[in-house]
Write a protein that binds this ligand. Structure first.
Ligand SMILES: Cc1cc2nc3c(=O)[nH]c(=O)nc-3n(C[C@H](O)[C@H](O)[C@H](O)COP(=O)(O)OP(=O)(O)OC[C@H]3O[C@@H](n4cnc5c(N)ncnc54)[C@H](O)[C@@H]3O)c2cc1C
Length: 439
C-alpha cells in the first residue's frame, strides 16, 4: 500500500508546535510552522538560516517529568535536554516568610511508577533553551518556519482540506492543520466556536530570570513555593543551574462583576524588577528571594487563564495540541507535560497509520486518548490552585492541610498518578479497545 505524504500546516511555533513539527517530519510528512511572532527569523538570519536559534532567557523555566522526557527521547532530543537541565529531587512549600516548610519528595514519587532510573528526576530547564533545542531540531529535519503570520481564519474546504488566512491577507492550504497556537488559540475558536474562550483566573504576575553567580545570591532549593494564603500572594523559585534561576511573583486580583474579565485589574504590581523585589520583601519573603527578583533581567508578564474542558481535540482535519486544547492553570506544573504527551500520542498514531486515508482514524483515536488524560491533569491543576489560594482554614490551617496532602503522597498513601504515561502502550491499548468494541 502506498503511503501518501500529507501537507501539514502548524499554527504556532511555540514548544508544542515545534515538537509536533519534529514528530511529523519523523513520520514522513511535509510540514511548515507559522507564527505571529518574529523572533525565530531574526535569530535564524543572524546564524545563516538554520542553527543555534536562541530566544534569550525570557519566560522563566519549565519542569519536565518522565512522561515528557520519554516523548523527548522518542524525538531524539533527550541527551540535549538532559545536558541543558538540572534534576529536581525535592519541592518545597512554605509560608511567605519561609516558615512551616513542607517537603515533597518529587523524585521518589516519580520513581514509584518510572522504572528507568535516568528518567526518575524531573528536570528544570529554561523555557528559551528548550524552545531553541526544539526549533533547531525542526529546522534540521527540514521544517520551514514562517513568521510574522498571524492566523485569523481557519476554514474547512469541500475536499476535506483546510484553508488558513493570515492578517496580512496571505493564505495557505493544508491537508491537515495543527492548532498549536496556545491558550487563546484562534484555530480553536474558529473551529469549535467563540464559547471555547479561556477564563481569566484573576491571577497576574511577572517572571524573572536571575544570574545567581554574578549577583552572589545563595539558593539551596531547586523548586520552592512561598505562599500567603490570606493575601493571595505566591512567589516561586526554580533553580535551573548553579548559575541561573527563575522567579515568579503572582497576585490575585479582587473579583469585580463590573469588569469585563470579572476581576479588578491589579494595579499595584510594579513592572520594574527592583521595585518588585522591594514589594515582595514587604510581603515577608526571605532576603535572598527578594534579591533574586531585584536582580532579575528580562522580566516577562504572565496572566493566568484556564480553558474550559473540551470534549474533542479535533474536528474535520483540524487538530489541537498543547495549550490550545487544554491550557491549564500552572500551579501543578503539568501544562507543558500534557502538551508533550499530545505530541507523543500523535507521533505514535502517525506511525501506526502512515496512510493519509487513515487520517480520520488517527484524529479520532487522538481525541479519544488525549481528552480524558488532559482533563484529569487540568482538574489536578485546579485542585492545587484552589489549595494555594484557599483561605477557608486560615493561613496555618491551609498549610496544615497541604502538609497532610503532601505527606500522604510522600508515604505512598495517595498516588495522584498511578502509572507512567507511556505513549506506545497508551496507543496500543486504545487500538485494542476499539477492536474489541467493534467485535
Ligand atoms: C507562569 C507559567 C509557568 C508554567 N510552568 C510550567 C511548568 O513548570 N511545567 C509545565 O509542564 N508547564 C508549565 N507551564 C505551562 C506551559 O508553559 C504551557 O503549557 C506551554 O508553554 C504550552 O505550549 P504551547 O506551544 O501549546 O503554547 P504557547 O507556548 O502559548 O505557544 C503558542 C504559539 O502560538 C503562536 N500564536 C498564537 N496565536 C497565533 C496566531 N493567531 N497565529 C499564529 N501564531 C500564533 C504564539 O506566538 C506562540 O509562539 C507554565 C505556564 C505559565 C503561564
Amino acid at each position: 500500500m502506498s503511503k501518501d505524504i500529507m501537507k501539514v500546516v502548524i499554527i504556532g511555533s511555540g514548544l508544542v508546535g515545534a515538537a509536533t513539527a519534529i514528530a511529523l517530519r519523523k513520520a514522513g510528512h511535509e510540514c511548515t510552522l507559522y507564527d505571529q511572532v518574529n523572533l525565530a527569523e531574526a535569530a535564524a538570519k543572524a546564524t545563516g538560516g538554520i542553527v543555534a536559534v536562541d530566544f534569550g532567557d525570557s519566560g522563566g523555566s519549565v519542569m519536565l517529568r518522565s512522561n515528557a522526557l520519554r516523548v523527548i527521547r522518542d524525538l531524539g532530543l533527550l541527551h540535549e535536554v538532559m545536558a541543558n537541565s538540572s534534576p529536581n529531587i525535592l519541592t518545597h512549600f512554605q509560608k511567605i516568610d519561609g516558615s512551616a516548610p513542607i517537603v515533597h519528595k518529587t523524585m521518589e514519587e516519580v520513581a514509584r511508577i518510572e522504572p528507568e532510573k535516568d528518567l526518575q528526576a524531573p528536570r528544570q530547564i529554561m523555557r528559551s533553551k528548550l524552545h531553541s533545542i526544539f526549533v533547531t531540531a525542526a529546522h534540521k529535519a527540514g521544517v520551514k518556519t514562517i513568521v510574522g503570520k498571524k492566523a485569523i481564519r481557519v476554514e474547512e474546504t469541500t475536499d476535506r482540506g483546510v484553508n488558513i488566512r493570515f492578517v496580512d491577507g496571505s493564505g495557505v492550504y493544508g491537508d491537515l492543520v495543527v492548532g498549536a497556537d496556545g491558550i487563546h488559540s484562534v484555530t480553536r475558536r474558529q473551529i469549535f466556536g467563540e464559547e471555547t474562550k479561556p477564563k481569566f483566573t484573576g491571577v497576574i504576575g511577572y517572571i524573572g530570570v536571575v544570574d545567581l553567580q554574578v549577583n552572589n545570591i545563595a539558593l539551596d532549593q531547586t523548586c520552592s513555593f512561598f505562599v500567603d494564603r490570606m493575601k493571595k500572594h505566591l512567589v516561586s523559585t526554580f533553580k535551573v543551574s548553579e548559575k541561573l534561576a527563575a522567579i515568579q511573583v503572582m497576585v490575585f486580583g479582587d473579583p469585580d462583576p463590573e469588569e469585563e474579565e470579572g476581576y479588578r485589574p491589579y494595579s499595584d504590581l510594579p513592572k520594574h524588577s527592583a521595585r518588585l523585589g522591594d514589594l515582595i520583601e514587604s510581603w515577608g519573603v526571605p532576603k535572598n528571594i527578594a534579591e533574586m527578583m531585584r536582580k532579575s533581567f528580562r522580566i516577562s508578564p504572565a496572566s493566568i487563564y484556564d480553558l474550559p474542558d473540551l470534549t474533542a481535540y479535533h474536528k474535520g482535519h483540524v487538530v489541537l495540541l498543547g495549550d490550545s486544547a487544554h491550557g491549564m492553570v500552572p500551579n501543578a506544573g503539568l501544562g507543558l507535560g500534557a502538551g508533550i504527551e499530545d505530541v507523543g500520542v500523535f507521533f505514535e498514531l502517525l506511525q501506526k497509520y502512515p496512510d493519509e486515508k487513515d487520517l480520520d482514524t488517527v484524529l479520532r483515536l487522538y481525541s479519544a486518548i488525549r481528552v480524558p488524560s488532559a482533563t484529569f491533569q487540568s482538574n489536578n491543576s485546579r485542585t492545587l490552585a484552589e489549595q494555594f489560594y484557599s483561605t477557608t482554614f486560615g493561613s496555618s490551617g491551609g498549610q496544615f492541610l497541604l502538609r497532610l496532602f503532601i505527606n500522604a503522597i510522600n508515604y505512598n498513601l495517595y498516588q495522584p498518578i498511578k502509572e507512567v504515561y507511556d505513549c506506545k502502550k497508551v496507543v496500543e491499548r486504545a487500538i485494542a479497545k476499539e477492536k474489541n468494541e467493534a467485535q
